[in-house]
Ligand binder design. Structure first.
Ligand SMILES: [Zn+2]
Length: 616
Protein backbone atom coordinates (compact mmCIF):
# COMPACT_ATOMS: atom_id res chain seq x y z
CA UNK A 1 0.00 0.00 0.00
CA UNK A 2 1.33 3.44 -0.88
CA UNK A 3 1.69 6.06 1.83
CA UNK A 4 -1.11 7.97 0.17
CA UNK A 5 -3.46 4.99 0.39
CA UNK A 6 -2.39 4.30 3.94
CA UNK A 7 -3.19 7.83 5.02
CA UNK A 8 -6.59 7.65 3.32
CA UNK A 9 -7.18 4.30 4.92
CA UNK A 10 -6.34 5.41 8.44
CA UNK A 11 -8.10 8.72 8.50
CA UNK A 12 -11.81 9.17 8.93
CA UNK A 13 -12.81 11.98 6.62
CA UNK A 14 -15.62 12.94 9.02
CA UNK A 15 -13.05 13.40 11.74
CA UNK A 16 -10.82 15.55 9.61
CA UNK A 17 -13.60 17.73 8.21
CA UNK A 18 -15.07 18.18 11.70
CA UNK A 19 -12.04 20.21 12.63
CA UNK A 20 -13.12 22.87 10.21
CA UNK A 21 -16.89 22.71 10.09
CA UNK A 22 -19.68 21.59 12.37
CA UNK A 23 -21.10 18.46 10.82
CA UNK A 24 -24.64 17.25 11.36
CA UNK A 25 -25.60 13.64 10.86
CA UNK A 26 -27.82 13.17 7.85
CA UNK A 27 -28.79 9.55 7.27
CA UNK A 28 -25.61 7.66 6.54
CA UNK A 29 -23.85 10.88 5.67
CA UNK A 30 -23.03 14.23 7.20
CA UNK A 31 -23.88 17.74 6.16
CA UNK A 32 -22.75 21.24 7.02
CA UNK A 33 -22.76 24.79 5.84
CA UNK A 34 -20.23 24.80 3.05
CA UNK A 35 -16.85 26.08 4.22
CA UNK A 36 -16.02 27.23 0.71
CA UNK A 37 -18.97 29.48 0.02
CA UNK A 38 -21.50 31.46 2.02
CA UNK A 39 -24.90 29.84 2.48
CA UNK A 40 -27.81 29.59 4.90
CA UNK A 41 -28.88 25.99 4.40
CA UNK A 42 -26.34 23.18 4.37
CA UNK A 43 -25.38 21.87 0.96
CA UNK A 44 -21.94 20.59 1.87
CA UNK A 45 -21.99 16.81 2.37
CA UNK A 46 -19.48 14.30 3.60
CA UNK A 47 -19.82 10.66 2.54
CA UNK A 48 -17.87 8.56 5.04
CA UNK A 49 -18.27 5.28 3.15
CA UNK A 50 -16.65 6.68 0.04
CA UNK A 51 -14.28 8.91 1.94
CA UNK A 52 -15.42 11.85 -0.16
CA UNK A 53 -17.11 15.23 0.17
CA UNK A 54 -19.19 17.32 -2.16
CA UNK A 55 -20.77 20.75 -2.18
CA UNK A 56 -24.13 20.72 -3.93
CA UNK A 57 -24.41 24.47 -3.64
CA UNK A 58 -22.75 27.07 -5.79
CA UNK A 59 -19.29 25.47 -5.51
CA UNK A 60 -20.41 22.21 -7.08
CA UNK A 61 -17.07 20.68 -6.21
CA UNK A 62 -15.91 17.70 -4.22
CA UNK A 63 -13.06 15.31 -3.66
CA UNK A 64 -11.27 13.25 -1.07
CA UNK A 65 -9.62 14.10 2.22
CA UNK A 66 -6.50 15.44 0.50
CA UNK A 67 -8.33 17.88 -1.72
CA UNK A 68 -10.37 19.08 1.27
CA UNK A 69 -7.27 19.93 3.28
CA UNK A 70 -5.50 21.45 0.29
CA UNK A 71 -8.46 23.70 -0.40
CA UNK A 72 -9.17 24.55 3.19
CA UNK A 73 -5.59 25.24 4.20
CA UNK A 74 -4.58 26.64 0.84
CA UNK A 75 -1.65 24.25 0.59
CA UNK A 76 -0.06 21.99 -2.00
CA UNK A 77 -0.41 18.24 -2.13
CA UNK A 78 2.96 17.57 -0.50
CA UNK A 79 2.12 19.70 2.51
CA UNK A 80 -1.31 18.14 2.78
CA UNK A 81 0.32 14.72 2.70
CA UNK A 82 2.70 15.68 5.48
CA UNK A 83 -0.08 17.18 7.56
CA UNK A 84 -2.42 14.25 7.16
CA UNK A 85 0.28 11.61 7.49
CA UNK A 86 1.26 13.23 10.75
CA UNK A 87 -2.33 13.18 11.89
CA UNK A 88 -2.78 9.57 10.84
CA UNK A 89 0.37 8.56 12.67
CA UNK A 90 1.87 7.38 9.40
CA UNK A 91 5.53 8.23 9.41
CA UNK A 92 6.43 9.18 5.93
CA UNK A 93 8.85 6.29 5.89
CA UNK A 94 9.13 6.43 2.17
CA UNK A 95 10.05 10.09 2.35
CA UNK A 96 12.59 9.50 5.06
CA UNK A 97 13.85 6.53 3.17
CA UNK A 98 13.82 8.61 0.00
CA UNK A 99 15.91 11.22 1.71
CA UNK A 100 18.34 8.71 3.13
CA UNK A 101 18.42 6.96 -0.22
CA UNK A 102 18.96 10.21 -2.05
CA UNK A 103 21.86 11.01 0.22
CA UNK A 104 23.41 7.61 -0.33
CA UNK A 105 22.81 7.86 -4.07
CA UNK A 106 24.41 11.26 -4.13
CA UNK A 107 27.42 9.95 -2.21
CA UNK A 108 27.81 6.95 -4.50
CA UNK A 109 27.61 9.21 -7.54
CA UNK A 110 30.30 11.47 -6.13
CA UNK A 111 32.66 8.65 -5.27
CA UNK A 112 32.11 7.03 -8.67
CA UNK A 113 32.84 10.35 -10.35
CA UNK A 114 36.02 10.62 -8.31
CA UNK A 115 37.03 7.13 -9.43
CA UNK A 116 36.27 7.98 -13.06
CA UNK A 117 38.40 11.13 -12.82
CA UNK A 118 41.23 9.14 -11.28
CA UNK A 119 41.14 6.46 -13.98
CA UNK A 120 40.90 9.12 -16.67
CA UNK A 121 43.98 10.93 -15.42
CA UNK A 122 45.90 7.67 -15.43
CA UNK A 123 44.90 7.10 -19.04
CA UNK A 124 46.10 10.56 -20.05
CA UNK A 125 49.43 9.92 -18.39
CA UNK A 126 51.92 8.74 -21.01
CA UNK A 127 53.33 6.03 -18.79
CA UNK A 128 50.33 4.57 -16.98
CA UNK A 129 48.05 5.06 -19.98
CA UNK A 130 50.25 3.55 -22.70
CA UNK A 131 48.58 0.15 -23.05
CA UNK A 132 45.03 1.53 -22.97
CA UNK A 133 45.92 4.35 -25.36
CA UNK A 134 47.40 1.79 -27.71
CA UNK A 135 44.26 -0.29 -27.67
CA UNK A 136 42.00 2.72 -28.19
CA UNK A 137 43.96 4.10 -31.11
CA UNK A 138 43.93 0.66 -32.70
CA UNK A 139 40.14 0.78 -32.38
CA UNK A 140 40.10 4.26 -33.89
CA UNK A 141 38.84 6.05 -30.79
CA UNK A 142 39.76 9.74 -30.91
CA UNK A 143 41.16 11.89 -28.12
CA UNK A 144 37.92 13.83 -28.10
CA UNK A 145 35.87 10.68 -27.56
CA UNK A 146 38.22 9.64 -24.77
CA UNK A 147 37.52 13.00 -23.13
CA UNK A 148 33.82 13.10 -23.89
CA UNK A 149 33.25 9.66 -22.40
CA UNK A 150 35.92 10.09 -19.76
CA UNK A 151 37.58 6.78 -20.60
CA UNK A 152 40.23 5.65 -18.20
CA UNK A 153 42.51 2.89 -17.09
CA UNK A 154 42.81 0.98 -13.85
CA UNK A 155 46.44 0.38 -12.88
CA UNK A 156 48.15 -2.96 -12.50
CA UNK A 157 47.82 -2.87 -8.72
CA UNK A 158 45.08 -3.95 -6.33
CA UNK A 159 45.23 -1.03 -3.94
CA UNK A 160 45.63 2.05 -6.14
CA UNK A 161 42.04 3.23 -6.34
CA UNK A 162 40.91 2.68 -2.79
CA UNK A 163 44.05 4.35 -1.45
CA UNK A 164 43.42 7.30 -3.74
CA UNK A 165 39.78 7.55 -2.61
CA UNK A 166 40.65 7.18 1.05
CA UNK A 167 43.13 9.98 0.54
CA UNK A 168 40.25 12.07 -0.74
CA UNK A 169 38.35 11.39 2.46
CA UNK A 170 36.02 8.63 1.34
CA UNK A 171 35.38 5.90 3.87
CA UNK A 172 35.89 2.20 3.37
CA UNK A 173 32.15 1.61 3.59
CA UNK A 174 31.33 4.07 0.80
CA UNK A 175 34.06 2.63 -1.42
CA UNK A 176 32.61 -0.84 -1.03
CA UNK A 177 29.03 0.33 -1.46
CA UNK A 178 30.03 1.92 -4.75
CA UNK A 179 31.33 -1.47 -5.89
CA UNK A 180 34.84 -0.10 -6.36
CA UNK A 181 36.58 -2.41 -3.90
CA UNK A 182 35.76 -5.42 -1.77
CA UNK A 183 36.98 -6.60 1.57
CA UNK A 184 39.74 -9.14 1.28
CA UNK A 185 40.42 -12.02 3.59
CA UNK A 186 42.22 -10.95 6.68
CA UNK A 187 40.94 -7.41 6.41
CA UNK A 188 41.70 -4.48 4.15
CA UNK A 189 40.37 -3.68 0.70
CA UNK A 190 41.09 -5.01 -2.73
CA UNK A 191 40.20 -2.92 -5.80
CA UNK A 192 37.50 -4.27 -8.03
CA UNK A 193 39.27 -3.35 -11.27
CA UNK A 194 42.81 -4.01 -12.21
CA UNK A 195 44.71 -3.40 -15.43
CA UNK A 196 41.66 -2.69 -17.50
CA UNK A 197 40.34 -0.05 -19.86
CA UNK A 198 37.73 1.72 -17.74
CA UNK A 199 34.48 2.87 -19.27
CA UNK A 200 32.42 4.97 -16.86
CA UNK A 201 28.74 4.14 -17.10
CA UNK A 202 26.41 7.02 -16.54
CA UNK A 203 22.74 7.00 -15.78
CA UNK A 204 20.22 8.87 -17.90
CA UNK A 205 20.94 12.03 -15.95
CA UNK A 206 24.67 11.79 -16.64
CA UNK A 207 25.97 10.74 -13.22
CA UNK A 208 28.59 8.00 -13.10
CA UNK A 209 27.01 4.94 -11.50
CA UNK A 210 29.48 2.19 -12.36
CA UNK A 211 32.04 0.94 -14.81
CA UNK A 212 32.47 -1.37 -17.72
CA UNK A 213 36.01 -2.66 -17.85
CA UNK A 214 37.87 -4.33 -20.67
CA UNK A 215 40.94 -6.43 -20.00
CA UNK A 216 44.17 -5.06 -21.42
CA UNK A 217 45.93 -8.40 -21.12
CA UNK A 218 44.70 -11.95 -21.58
CA UNK A 219 42.53 -11.88 -18.47
CA UNK A 220 39.16 -13.52 -18.58
CA UNK A 221 36.49 -12.50 -18.87
CA UNK A 222 37.35 -9.89 -21.42
CA UNK A 223 34.68 -7.55 -20.08
CA UNK A 224 33.49 -7.11 -16.55
CA UNK A 225 31.09 -4.60 -15.06
CA UNK A 226 30.69 -3.09 -11.63
CA UNK A 227 28.80 -5.36 -9.27
CA UNK A 228 25.18 -4.53 -8.53
CA UNK A 229 24.97 -1.54 -6.16
CA UNK A 230 22.33 0.91 -4.98
CA UNK A 231 22.98 2.95 -8.09
CA UNK A 232 24.20 0.35 -10.57
CA UNK A 233 21.45 -1.92 -11.85
CA UNK A 234 22.51 -3.45 -15.13
CA UNK A 235 18.99 -4.33 -16.17
CA UNK A 236 17.86 -0.72 -16.06
CA UNK A 237 20.83 1.07 -17.60
CA UNK A 238 21.78 1.71 -21.20
CA UNK A 239 25.28 2.77 -22.08
CA UNK A 240 25.39 6.13 -23.80
CA UNK A 241 21.80 7.07 -23.03
CA UNK A 242 22.77 10.31 -21.28
CA UNK A 243 24.33 11.50 -24.53
CA UNK A 244 21.91 9.77 -26.91
CA UNK A 245 18.64 10.89 -25.39
CA UNK A 246 18.18 14.09 -27.35
CA UNK A 247 19.21 12.50 -30.63
CA UNK A 248 16.83 9.60 -30.09
CA UNK A 249 13.99 12.02 -29.53
CA UNK A 250 14.94 14.24 -32.45
CA UNK A 251 15.46 11.46 -34.97
CA UNK A 252 12.61 9.48 -33.47
CA UNK A 253 14.72 6.36 -33.62
CA UNK A 254 16.99 4.46 -31.28
CA UNK A 255 19.67 2.07 -32.43
CA UNK A 256 20.85 -0.59 -30.05
CA UNK A 257 24.31 -2.01 -30.53
CA UNK A 258 26.00 -4.76 -28.60
CA UNK A 259 29.17 -3.24 -27.24
CA UNK A 260 30.42 -0.15 -25.47
CA UNK A 261 32.98 0.47 -28.22
CA UNK A 262 30.26 0.42 -30.85
CA UNK A 263 28.57 3.22 -28.93
CA UNK A 264 31.82 5.21 -28.71
CA UNK A 265 32.53 4.91 -32.42
CA UNK A 266 28.97 5.74 -33.40
CA UNK A 267 28.95 8.90 -31.33
CA UNK A 268 32.40 9.83 -32.57
CA UNK A 269 31.11 9.75 -36.15
CA UNK A 270 28.02 11.74 -35.34
CA UNK A 271 25.61 8.80 -35.11
CA UNK A 272 24.40 9.85 -31.70
CA UNK A 273 21.12 7.95 -31.34
CA UNK A 274 23.01 4.81 -30.36
CA UNK A 275 23.01 2.98 -27.01
CA UNK A 276 24.07 -0.45 -25.74
CA UNK A 277 22.82 -2.74 -23.00
CA UNK A 278 25.30 -3.62 -20.26
CA UNK A 279 26.97 -6.51 -22.02
CA UNK A 280 23.87 -8.60 -21.48
CA UNK A 281 20.72 -9.17 -23.41
CA UNK A 282 18.18 -6.40 -23.62
CA UNK A 283 15.73 -6.37 -20.73
CA UNK A 284 12.15 -5.21 -20.73
CA UNK A 285 13.15 -2.45 -18.34
CA UNK A 286 15.63 -1.13 -20.86
CA UNK A 287 13.07 -1.43 -23.62
CA UNK A 288 10.56 0.57 -21.64
CA UNK A 289 13.15 3.28 -21.05
CA UNK A 290 13.77 3.56 -24.78
CA UNK A 291 10.09 3.36 -25.60
CA UNK A 292 9.58 6.50 -23.57
CA UNK A 293 11.73 8.29 -26.12
CA UNK A 294 10.76 6.60 -29.36
CA UNK A 295 8.75 3.73 -30.73
CA UNK A 296 11.22 3.08 -33.52
CA UNK A 297 13.89 0.79 -32.23
CA UNK A 298 16.49 -0.96 -34.35
CA UNK A 299 18.83 -3.68 -33.21
CA UNK A 300 22.22 -3.77 -34.96
CA UNK A 301 23.50 -7.32 -35.24
CA UNK A 302 26.75 -8.53 -36.64
CA UNK A 303 26.49 -10.92 -39.53
CA UNK A 304 27.48 -13.95 -37.49
CA UNK A 305 24.64 -13.45 -35.10
CA UNK A 306 22.26 -12.64 -37.89
CA UNK A 307 23.39 -15.22 -40.35
CA UNK A 308 23.77 -18.87 -40.94
CA UNK A 309 23.75 -20.31 -37.48
CA UNK A 310 22.30 -23.66 -36.74
CA UNK A 311 19.72 -22.34 -34.31
CA UNK A 312 17.03 -19.91 -35.14
CA UNK A 313 18.86 -16.93 -33.86
CA UNK A 314 15.97 -14.59 -34.54
CA UNK A 315 13.71 -16.36 -32.14
CA UNK A 316 16.47 -16.41 -29.65
CA UNK A 317 16.99 -12.69 -29.94
CA UNK A 318 13.36 -11.94 -29.43
CA UNK A 319 13.26 -14.34 -26.55
CA UNK A 320 16.41 -12.94 -25.01
CA UNK A 321 15.36 -9.39 -25.63
CA UNK A 322 12.47 -10.00 -23.37
CA UNK A 323 14.11 -12.38 -20.99
CA UNK A 324 12.70 -10.48 -18.03
CA UNK A 325 9.09 -10.43 -19.02
CA UNK A 326 9.44 -13.92 -20.45
CA UNK A 327 10.48 -15.37 -17.14
CA UNK A 328 7.70 -13.52 -15.36
CA UNK A 329 5.22 -14.90 -17.78
CA UNK A 330 6.63 -18.35 -17.49
CA UNK A 331 5.89 -18.16 -13.83
CA UNK A 332 2.34 -17.34 -14.72
CA UNK A 333 2.27 -20.30 -17.03
CA UNK A 334 1.83 -18.36 -20.24
CA UNK A 335 5.07 -19.17 -21.96
CA UNK A 336 7.54 -16.84 -23.60
CA UNK A 337 5.37 -15.93 -26.53
CA UNK A 338 3.91 -12.99 -24.72
CA UNK A 339 7.32 -11.43 -24.63
CA UNK A 340 8.46 -11.07 -28.22
CA UNK A 341 5.10 -9.79 -29.39
CA UNK A 342 5.92 -6.52 -27.72
CA UNK A 343 8.81 -6.22 -30.08
CA UNK A 344 7.20 -7.37 -33.25
CA UNK A 345 5.50 -4.13 -34.16
CA UNK A 346 8.30 -1.68 -33.51
CA UNK A 347 11.58 -3.53 -33.68
CA UNK A 348 13.79 -3.59 -36.74
CA UNK A 349 16.96 -5.47 -37.36
CA UNK A 350 20.06 -3.95 -38.94
CA UNK A 351 22.27 -6.71 -40.25
CA UNK A 352 25.96 -5.88 -40.51
CA UNK A 353 28.03 -7.11 -43.46
CA UNK A 354 29.80 -10.44 -42.95
CA UNK A 355 32.61 -10.27 -40.42
CA UNK A 356 32.01 -6.68 -39.34
CA UNK A 357 30.94 -5.04 -36.12
CA UNK A 358 28.88 -1.86 -36.18
CA UNK A 359 31.89 0.16 -35.08
CA UNK A 360 33.93 -1.07 -38.06
CA UNK A 361 31.17 -0.25 -40.50
CA UNK A 362 30.72 3.25 -39.11
CA UNK A 363 34.43 3.91 -39.07
CA UNK A 364 35.02 2.69 -42.59
CA UNK A 365 32.04 4.36 -44.15
CA UNK A 366 29.41 6.37 -42.34
CA UNK A 367 27.43 6.32 -45.59
CA UNK A 368 27.32 2.53 -45.59
CA UNK A 369 26.08 2.66 -42.05
CA UNK A 370 23.35 5.10 -42.98
CA UNK A 371 22.28 2.86 -45.82
CA UNK A 372 22.15 -0.17 -43.53
CA UNK A 373 20.04 1.77 -41.02
CA UNK A 374 17.68 2.93 -43.77
CA UNK A 375 17.36 -0.65 -44.96
CA UNK A 376 16.69 -2.09 -41.53
CA UNK A 377 14.18 -4.90 -41.88
CA UNK A 378 11.17 -5.36 -39.65
CA UNK A 379 11.94 -8.15 -37.25
CA UNK A 380 9.30 -10.37 -38.89
CA UNK A 381 11.02 -10.12 -42.28
CA UNK A 382 14.19 -11.02 -40.52
CA UNK A 383 12.59 -14.08 -38.96
CA UNK A 384 11.33 -15.19 -42.35
CA UNK A 385 14.74 -14.92 -43.89
CA UNK A 386 16.47 -16.57 -40.96
CA UNK A 387 14.08 -19.52 -40.95
CA UNK A 388 13.67 -20.11 -44.65
CA UNK A 389 17.35 -19.77 -45.50
CA UNK A 390 18.14 -22.77 -43.35
CA UNK A 391 15.36 -25.09 -44.33
CA UNK A 392 14.90 -27.16 -47.44
CA UNK A 393 11.51 -25.93 -48.55
CA UNK A 394 11.25 -28.42 -51.38
CA UNK A 395 10.62 -31.10 -48.79
CA UNK A 396 7.55 -31.61 -46.65
CA UNK A 397 9.56 -31.69 -43.44
CA UNK A 398 11.19 -28.35 -44.24
CA UNK A 399 7.81 -26.80 -45.00
CA UNK A 400 6.16 -27.95 -41.84
CA UNK A 401 9.20 -26.88 -39.85
CA UNK A 402 8.91 -23.39 -41.33
CA UNK A 403 5.24 -23.26 -40.38
CA UNK A 404 5.98 -24.45 -36.86
CA UNK A 405 8.64 -21.82 -36.38
CA UNK A 406 6.99 -18.83 -37.99
CA UNK A 407 3.32 -19.24 -37.28
CA UNK A 408 3.57 -18.50 -33.53
CA UNK A 409 5.14 -15.15 -34.36
CA UNK A 410 2.52 -14.31 -36.94
CA UNK A 411 -0.15 -15.20 -34.42
CA UNK A 412 1.41 -12.71 -32.04
CA UNK A 413 1.15 -9.72 -34.37
CA UNK A 414 -1.33 -7.29 -32.95
CA UNK A 415 -1.93 -5.51 -36.26
CA UNK A 416 -4.43 -7.59 -38.22
CA UNK A 417 -3.29 -6.19 -41.58
CA UNK A 418 0.30 -7.13 -40.86
CA UNK A 419 -0.87 -10.51 -39.69
CA UNK A 420 -2.71 -11.17 -42.92
CA UNK A 421 0.24 -10.05 -45.04
CA UNK A 422 2.68 -12.34 -43.27
CA UNK A 423 0.20 -15.17 -43.34
CA UNK A 424 -0.03 -14.76 -47.08
CA UNK A 425 3.72 -14.72 -47.37
CA UNK A 426 4.06 -17.91 -45.34
CA UNK A 427 1.32 -19.54 -47.37
CA UNK A 428 3.16 -18.68 -50.60
CA UNK A 429 6.47 -19.82 -49.19
CA UNK A 430 5.32 -23.29 -48.18
CA UNK A 431 2.53 -23.76 -50.70
CA UNK A 432 -0.28 -24.19 -48.20
CA UNK A 433 -3.52 -22.23 -48.32
CA UNK A 434 -3.92 -19.18 -46.12
CA UNK A 435 -7.09 -20.67 -44.75
CA UNK A 436 -5.32 -23.72 -43.45
CA UNK A 437 -2.72 -21.57 -41.78
CA UNK A 438 -5.34 -19.24 -40.31
CA UNK A 439 -7.08 -22.30 -38.91
CA UNK A 440 -3.85 -23.38 -37.36
CA UNK A 441 -3.39 -19.98 -35.76
CA UNK A 442 -6.82 -20.30 -34.21
CA UNK A 443 -5.73 -23.54 -32.60
CA UNK A 444 -2.69 -21.92 -31.04
CA UNK A 445 -2.78 -20.86 -27.48
CA UNK A 446 -5.93 -18.97 -26.57
CA UNK A 447 -3.95 -16.22 -24.87
CA UNK A 448 -2.19 -15.47 -28.11
CA UNK A 449 -5.48 -15.27 -29.96
CA UNK A 450 -7.15 -13.08 -27.41
CA UNK A 451 -4.23 -10.75 -27.45
CA UNK A 452 -4.41 -10.25 -31.18
CA UNK A 453 -8.07 -9.34 -30.90
CA UNK A 454 -7.99 -6.83 -28.12
CA UNK A 455 -4.56 -5.37 -27.89
CA UNK A 456 -5.30 -3.14 -24.94
CA UNK A 457 -7.74 -4.61 -22.46
CA UNK A 458 -9.15 -2.22 -19.94
CA UNK A 459 -8.88 -2.99 -16.27
CA UNK A 460 -11.87 -3.95 -14.23
CA UNK A 461 -12.97 -1.43 -11.68
CA UNK A 462 -12.40 -2.13 -8.03
CA UNK A 463 -13.81 -0.01 -5.29
CA UNK A 464 -11.50 1.92 -2.97
CA UNK A 465 -8.64 2.53 -5.40
CA UNK A 466 -8.92 4.18 -8.79
CA UNK A 467 -7.72 1.60 -11.30
CA UNK A 468 -9.32 3.27 -14.30
CA UNK A 469 -7.81 6.65 -13.47
CA UNK A 470 -4.46 4.98 -13.01
CA UNK A 471 -4.66 3.00 -16.22
CA UNK A 472 -5.55 6.13 -18.13
CA UNK A 473 -2.65 8.02 -16.59
CA UNK A 474 -0.25 5.19 -17.40
CA UNK A 475 -1.37 5.40 -21.04
CA UNK A 476 -0.87 9.15 -21.14
CA UNK A 477 2.46 9.14 -19.35
CA UNK A 478 3.92 6.40 -21.49
CA UNK A 479 2.71 7.96 -24.73
CA UNK A 480 3.39 11.69 -24.51
CA UNK A 481 2.37 12.12 -28.16
CA UNK A 482 -1.23 11.43 -27.13
CA UNK A 483 -1.42 14.96 -25.83
CA UNK A 484 -1.32 16.24 -29.41
CA UNK A 485 -4.32 14.12 -30.29
CA UNK A 486 -6.47 16.01 -27.84
CA UNK A 487 -7.63 14.37 -24.68
CA UNK A 488 -11.27 14.88 -23.75
CA UNK A 489 -10.61 14.71 -20.05
CA UNK A 490 -10.52 17.38 -17.42
CA UNK A 491 -9.30 17.36 -13.83
CA UNK A 492 -12.82 16.67 -12.55
CA UNK A 493 -12.61 13.16 -13.97
CA UNK A 494 -10.00 12.23 -11.40
CA UNK A 495 -11.30 11.53 -7.92
CA UNK A 496 -8.04 10.43 -6.31
CA UNK A 497 -6.12 13.57 -5.46
CA UNK A 498 -2.83 11.81 -6.24
CA UNK A 499 -4.11 11.07 -9.76
CA UNK A 500 -5.60 14.51 -10.13
CA UNK A 501 -2.26 16.09 -9.27
CA UNK A 502 -0.43 14.03 -11.85
CA UNK A 503 -3.06 14.63 -14.52
CA UNK A 504 -3.00 18.39 -13.95
CA UNK A 505 0.78 18.38 -14.22
CA UNK A 506 0.55 16.29 -17.39
CA UNK A 507 -1.71 18.90 -18.96
CA UNK A 508 1.15 21.36 -18.57
CA UNK A 509 3.85 19.11 -19.89
CA UNK A 510 3.70 15.55 -21.20
CA UNK A 511 7.47 15.20 -20.86
CA UNK A 512 7.91 12.53 -18.20
CA UNK A 513 11.14 13.83 -16.73
CA UNK A 514 10.07 17.45 -16.51
CA UNK A 515 6.77 16.32 -15.12
CA UNK A 516 8.32 14.19 -12.43
CA UNK A 517 10.65 16.99 -11.38
CA UNK A 518 7.68 19.29 -10.94
CA UNK A 519 5.79 16.87 -8.71
CA UNK A 520 5.93 16.77 -4.97
CA UNK A 521 8.29 13.97 -3.89
CA UNK A 522 5.40 12.40 -1.97
CA UNK A 523 3.93 11.56 -5.37
CA UNK A 524 7.06 10.04 -6.86
CA UNK A 525 6.36 6.43 -5.86
CA UNK A 526 2.89 6.60 -7.29
CA UNK A 527 4.15 8.36 -10.41
CA UNK A 528 6.91 5.80 -10.98
CA UNK A 529 4.51 2.93 -10.66
CA UNK A 530 2.37 4.48 -13.42
CA UNK A 531 5.30 5.17 -15.71
CA UNK A 532 6.68 1.66 -15.26
CA UNK A 533 3.37 -0.13 -15.51
CA UNK A 534 3.61 -2.68 -18.29
CA UNK A 535 0.91 -2.03 -20.85
CA UNK A 536 0.00 -4.54 -23.51
CA UNK A 537 1.69 -3.95 -26.85
CA UNK A 538 -0.33 -1.83 -29.23
CA UNK A 539 -0.03 0.24 -32.35
CA UNK A 540 -0.52 4.00 -32.21
CA UNK A 541 -4.05 3.60 -33.45
CA UNK A 542 -4.83 1.02 -30.83
CA UNK A 543 -3.39 3.32 -28.20
CA UNK A 544 -5.71 6.06 -29.37
CA UNK A 545 -8.66 3.69 -29.26
CA UNK A 546 -7.68 2.57 -25.78
CA UNK A 547 -7.51 6.17 -24.68
CA UNK A 548 -10.91 6.91 -26.20
CA UNK A 549 -12.41 3.92 -24.37
CA UNK A 550 -10.76 4.95 -21.20
CA UNK A 551 -11.96 8.52 -21.54
CA UNK A 552 -15.51 7.38 -22.07
CA UNK A 553 -15.36 5.15 -19.06
CA UNK A 554 -14.00 7.94 -16.90
CA UNK A 555 -16.89 10.11 -18.04
CA UNK A 556 -19.32 7.37 -17.17
CA UNK A 557 -17.68 6.90 -13.82
CA UNK A 558 -17.86 10.57 -12.99
CA UNK A 559 -21.51 10.80 -13.94
CA UNK A 560 -22.38 7.70 -11.93
CA UNK A 561 -20.52 9.15 -9.00
CA UNK A 562 -22.45 12.40 -9.19
CA UNK A 563 -25.68 10.53 -9.56
CA UNK A 564 -25.08 8.36 -6.52
CA UNK A 565 -24.14 11.41 -4.48
CA UNK A 566 -27.28 13.20 -5.47
CA UNK A 567 -29.39 10.15 -4.83
CA UNK A 568 -27.97 10.01 -1.33
CA UNK A 569 -28.84 13.63 -0.92
CA UNK A 570 -32.38 13.20 -2.15
CA UNK A 571 -33.07 10.24 0.09
CA UNK A 572 -31.78 12.30 2.96
CA UNK A 573 -34.18 15.10 2.10
CA UNK A 574 -37.05 12.63 2.01
CA UNK A 575 -36.13 10.98 5.28
CA UNK A 576 -36.21 14.33 7.00
CA UNK A 577 -39.70 14.84 5.66
CA UNK A 578 -38.50 17.90 3.83
CA UNK A 579 -38.62 19.66 7.14
CA UNK A 580 -35.47 21.60 6.63
CA UNK A 581 -35.42 21.75 2.93
CA UNK A 582 -37.88 23.87 1.12
CA UNK A 583 -39.70 22.44 -1.85
CA UNK A 584 -37.92 24.67 -4.29
CA UNK A 585 -34.55 23.37 -3.22
CA UNK A 586 -35.54 19.75 -3.62
CA UNK A 587 -36.79 20.51 -7.07
CA UNK A 588 -33.58 22.15 -8.05
CA UNK A 589 -31.70 19.23 -6.55
CA UNK A 590 -33.89 16.83 -8.47
CA UNK A 591 -33.21 18.80 -11.59
CA UNK A 592 -29.50 18.54 -11.03
CA UNK A 593 -29.74 14.89 -10.13
CA UNK A 594 -31.48 14.30 -13.43
CA UNK A 595 -28.95 16.20 -15.50
CA UNK A 596 -26.22 13.65 -15.00
CA UNK A 597 -28.71 10.89 -15.80
CA UNK A 598 -29.41 12.54 -19.13
CA UNK A 599 -25.74 13.00 -19.80
CA UNK A 600 -25.05 9.43 -18.78
CA UNK A 601 -27.68 8.20 -21.19
CA UNK A 602 -26.09 10.18 -23.99
CA UNK A 603 -22.70 8.71 -23.24
CA UNK A 604 -24.09 5.18 -23.31
CA UNK A 605 -26.01 5.85 -26.51
CA UNK A 606 -22.90 7.17 -28.14
CA UNK A 607 -20.88 4.18 -27.01
CA UNK A 608 -23.52 1.77 -28.31
CA UNK A 609 -23.65 3.58 -31.60
CA UNK A 610 -19.88 3.49 -31.99
CA UNK A 611 -19.68 -0.17 -31.14
CA UNK A 612 -22.27 -0.90 -33.80
CA UNK A 613 -20.27 1.13 -36.27
CA UNK A 614 -17.18 -0.91 -35.51
CA UNK A 615 -18.84 -4.29 -35.82
CA UNK A 616 -20.28 -3.44 -39.23
ZN1 LIG B 1 -19.90 25.25 -1.44
Amino acid sequence: MSVIDEVKDRLDIVDVVSDYVTLQKSGRNFKALCPFHTEKTPSFFVFPERGTWHCFGSCGIGGDVFSFIMKKEGIEFGEALKLLANRAGVTLVSQQKDQAKEMLTERLHRISEAAAAYYHDLLLDAKTGAAAQGYLSQRGISTKTIDDFQLGVSPDRWDALHRHLEGKGYGKDAIMKAGLAAEKEGGGLRDQFHNRLMIPIRNEGGSVVGFGARALDDSHPKYINSPQTEVFDKSGLLYGLDRAREAIRERNQAIIVEGYLDVLTAHQYGVTNVVAPMGTSLTSKQMSIIKRLTKNIALALDADAAGEQATLRGQQIAREAFSDSASTQKRHGRGYLDGPSKLLGSLKIIVMPQGKDPDEVIRESPDDWKRLVDNAAPVMDYFFKAVTSKLDLSHESGKSEAVDQLLPFIAELSDSVQQELYLKRLADTVGVSERTLAGKIASLKPTAREKTRSAVPLPTTRAASHPLEEYCLALLLQNPWLQDRGVALSPEHFEGTENLEIFTAWLNTPDVDTLRQGLDSGLHDHFDSLVNRILPPASEREMETALADCTRRLWEQRLRRLKSLEEALLSEAESEGNKNIIKEQVESLLQRALEPTTQLKEVFEKAKHERKGVSK
